[in-house]
Ligand binder design. Structure first.
Ligand SMILES: [Cu+2]
Length: 123
């Protein structure tokens, strides 16, 4: 009698344990796969006197790296005064900006005012 109980318990416990392991494995896998931009940090790239990508989508408070791939100096300057402004980014240089409040942020290059870009900040 008493020897049959563990067998019955095992028959229940083993499938349950297997299911738990499967679930844990799945959740770890989906974390690794990640939602959108697990691969790299959000980046504004400046190349051939143009910003990209348009728009750049980020979550509030995300640090955005600006990479100047030109030899010319550029800036990333918010259309709205004082929201962000990298100042001069030397050719082949980088800068970082952060925007905290959700919204659409248009920006331009203060040196070449025909260069425009946009950042979409949303949760
Ligand atoms: Cu420029």
């Amino acid at each position: 009698m008493t020897r049959r109980v563990p067998t019955a318990v095992l028959a229940l416990v083993v499938p349950v344990a297997a299911a738990v392991i499967a679930i844990v494995t799945l959740s770890v896998t989906s974390e690794t796969a990640g939602p959108t931009s697990t691969g790299g940090k959000p980046t504004i790239s400046i190349k051939d006197f143009a910003f990209g990508p348009k728009p750049l989508n980020v979550a509030p408070g995300t640090a955005i790296t600006v990479v100047n791939r030109d030899n010319a100096t550029h800036t990333v300057t918010s259309d709205r005064d004082g929201v962000f402004d990298t100042g001069d980014i030397d050719g082949r240089g980088t800068a970082t900006i952060t925007v905290n409040a959700p919204g659409t942020y248009r920006y331009f290059c203060a040196i070449h005012d025909y260069m425009h870009g946009v950042i979409e900040v949303s949760k």
